[in-house]
Design a protein around this ligand. Structure first.
Ligand code: NAP
Ligand code: COA
Length: 265
């Protein structure tokens, strides 16, 4: 159940990277339920098709675009295909990312590069390839970052650097593209339950960890992140650009303190 009125995105098309699972799929579901046509990009065709079939069964238009966000040509072609199929692109959501826990001292240069390549360069690739489509529709971008972008976190230097880069890119693109009518914002989730991210970053978390790590005392839900993104692409956010909206139950207010035990002795 969404708190927004029905049909908020009727007639609009959203292109969602990482739309085949987790938060990206949740955003696709929320957007489709609000009347949007959705185009899903990710590397695994089966994951994209499963989400698309579910959306079609519920009456939405959905297309699948298997590609790696690190390949500019493939992302550009996917956006052109999606625009052709759906008649344009109004919204770009960047949710594709890779992450794992690794101490900086033993992380390989290639491991660092892989995450920056997917998250930051992948987001630039999609924004750059979407530019012509979004100026044609006076559309908008929302990129999913993480609170690691601003809060130093142990074992997260690669993801933190990549997400901080995306938040800076968000402000730069907002500045350059504002006059063309294109808004660019980001959403920084904290811990969101039932996701691949949490499986990788918080294996074995318990209730007592939660109480210590999140002022609101619980993990967030995928639909809560989807609602934050829906707000930013809606007319209610027509005067918002260059912003990062944190959705973390207040976890970032505590800084990295509660996570320092991850570093061990
Ligand atoms: P997820 O389900 O693994 O979502 C990531 C998606 O990105 C997957 O569908 C994956 O599909 C796709 N992807 C990965 N590498 C790609 C590449 N090179 N090219 C194209 N697609 C690629 O994880 P999630 O936890 O929902 O995370 C979604 C977003 O939320 C990420 O940006 C993450 O950083 C952010 N976030 C999550 C949390 C959390 O608590 N889960 C917290 C803060 C931020 P393929 O592998 O099939 O390509
Ligand atoms: N700890 C330390 N280094 C790791 C690692 C880990 N858990 N997992 C991968 N790496 C390193 C690899 O060792 C490799 O470096 P090397 O060549 O020096 O050995 C480098 O990262 C690239 O690994 P590779 O498996 O070739 O990368 P990929 O491009 O196929 O996959 C990942 C990228 C590693 C991010 C992969 O986990 C992925 O695709 N994730 C997507 C889903 C995801 O992470 N979801 C959560 C989002 S928050």
């Amino acid at each position: 159940m969404s708190v927004f009125k029905d049909g908020l995105l009727k007639g609009r098309t959203a292109f969602i990277t990482g739309g085949g699972s987790g938060i990206g799929a949740g955003i696709a579901r929320r957007f489709a339920a609000q009347g949007a046509r959705v185009a899903l990009l990710g590397r695994t065709p089966e994951k994209l098709e499963a989400v698309a079939q579910e959306l079609r069964a519920a009456g939405a238009e959905a297309s699948c675009h298997p590609a790696d966000v690190r390949q500019y040509g493939a992302v550009d072609a996917a956006l052109c295909d999606a625009a052709k199929i759906h008649g344009g692109i109004d919204i770009l959501v960047n949710s594709a990312a890779g992450n794992f826990l690794a101490p900086a001292a033993s992380l390989s240069a290639n491991g660092f590069r892989a995450v920056v390549d997917i998250d930051l360069c992948g987001t630039f690739n999609a924004c750059r390839a979407a530019f012509a489509h979004l100026t044609a529709t006076r559309g908008c971008v929302v990129s999913i970052t993480a609170t690691q972008a601003t809060v130093p976190m142990p074992l997260q230097c690669h993801a933190g650097a990549a997400k901080a880069g995306i938040e800076k890119l968000t402000r730069d693109l907002a500045l350059e593209w504002g006059r063309l009518g294109v808004r660019v914002n980001s959403v920084a989730p904290g811990p969101i339950e039932g996701t691949e991210g949490m499986t990788r970053l918080a294996p074995g978390d318990t209730r007592s960890h939660l109480d210590r790590r999140v002022p609101l005392g619980r993990y967030g839900r995928i639909d809560e992140v989807a609602d934050a993104v829906l707000y930013l692409v809606s007319p209610a956010a027509a005067y918002i650009t260059g912003a990062s909206l944190t959705i973390d139950g207040g976890a970032a207010l505590l800084g990295a303190g509660p996570f320092l035990d991850l570093m061990g002795e």
